[in-house]
Design a binder for this molecule. Structure first.
Ligand SMILES: NC(=O)c1ccc[n+]([C@@H]2O[C@H](COP(=O)([O-])OP(=O)(O)OC[C@H]3O[C@@H](n4cnc5c(N)ncnc54)[C@H](OP(=O)(O)O)[C@@H]3O)[C@@H](O)[C@H]2O)c1
Length: 329
């Protein structure tokens, strides 16, 4: 029997619930592909899954990891269009924190040869979410004011870059001067430290009293509530997640009186319901990357066995851009 290393969660709901195990290497089903993982992307959602607080709740034991860059190691009997050795970015229900993982063939995307594995892994979910929320849901227009919360995080920094690539005027908000400096390096036009400054007042001041046309919110809580009051006429507030921990309410009277829209965006739903759309999105994003319009930041590259430490960086707000795990394979 062939074996592999995997970071396994034996029980959900506890803090330090991830450890390295040697387990059997999986076989792909008929419409699946076995991927030799080189780099796994680390997401806030992995922590939520380990805590048993994510929308998908796999039965332990399982390995977390929603995206991986690597190469095709074996093909299921009905899979067409891929061959062993192809370099791919794979999206996963979970399992990326391992030497090998099985993915559905429809969830594979070719990595163009100039793009390295850490960059491909950093592009995946973060830029897919940024692009999908801004283009598909918010319909962001050139010259509109876009405010991005948590703007130095994985999804936040990707949203700053995608916003600039779409020719919006981008306000980055984050919780420290160091993080705001990172957002500025990646193109943000204006900066707000939401631990020190009043979000609504500053956004209004930056937009000549009008408010932001689009606000992207992966943080939730008080940041979401202030955003409702910082939107322009016919503004769109996109809720992406609740990294701050609390799930806010949107009072319908404010939504009505201000003529604003509050919309949700969950990229994983498109992966399942509209794979062809995601495939086109990934081709577009890789093309933008190679044109120099996107520059994903990987702040930490850790070995696979440090998966728990990698997640801790996100929990303690120590990461900027993306954190990735490398298998050394
Ligand atoms: N809807 C979707 O399709 C989708 C896709 C990807 C991610 N998400 C969601 O987006 C959020 C960010 O995910 P990510 O992977 O980009 O995570 P990340 O890189 O860790 O970024 C999260 C950011 O949130 C801010 N934050 C505020 N309060 C926090 C707290 N108590 N703990 C941790 N961070 C806090 C941090 O910025 P400051 O320190 O500057 O405040 C941090 O940079 C998560 O809620 C995730 O579930 C949603």
């Amino acid at each position: 029997m062939s074996t592999m290393r995997a970071m396994i969660c034996a029980e959900t709901g506890r803090e330090a619930n991830l450890s390295l195990h040697e387990i059997a290497r999986p076989d792909p089903g008929p419409d699946e592909v076995l991927i030799r993982v080189r780099v796994a992307g680390v997401n806030f959602a992995d922590s939520l899954m380990l805590a048993g607080r994510y929308q998908d709740r796999p039965e332990p034991p399982f390995a977390p990891g929603l995206e991986a860059a690597g190469e095709v190691a074996a093909l299921g009997s009905t899979v067409k269009g891929w061959k062993e050795g192809d370099r791919v970015l794979a999206f996963l229900d979970h399992g990326g924190f391992a030497d090998y993982v099985v993915a559905r063939a429809q969830d594979l995307h070719a990595i163009p040869s100039p793009v390295d594995d850490p960059t491909a892994a950093a592009l995946g979910i973060a830029y897919g979410t940024a692009h999908g929320s801004l283009v598909w849901r918010a319909r962001l227009q050139p010259e509109e004011w876009l405010a991005v919360h948590g703007a130095a995080g994985g999804t936040g920094l990707a949203s700053v870059e995608v916003g600039k690539a779409l020719n919006a005027r981008v306000i980055a908000t984050a919780g420290s001067p160091e993080k705001l400096a990172v957002a500025a390096t990646h193109g943000a036009d204006a900066l707000i430290d939401y631990r020190k400054e009043d979000l609504r007042d500053r956004i209004k001041a930056l937009t000549a009293g009008q408010g932001a046309d689009v606000i992207l919110d992966p943080v939730g809580g008080a940041v979401f509530e202030a955003s409702l009051r910082a939107l322009a006429f016919e503004g769109r507030l996109l809720t992406l997640g609740f990294a701050g921990g609390s799930i806010p309410q949107a009072p319908a009277n404010i939504v009505m009186v201000k003529n604003i829209s509050v919309a949700g965006f969950y990229w994983g739903a498109y992966r399942r319901r509209a794979p062809a759309r995601v495939a086109q999105q990934m081709r577009d994003l890789f093309a933008w990357l190679m044109q120099g319009r996107l520059q994903p930041l990987v702040s930490h590259r850790l070995p696979l066995e440090e998966g728990a430490a990698a997640l801790d960086l996100l929990r303690r707000r120590k990461a900027t851009g993306k954190v990735v795990l490398e298998t050394g394979g």
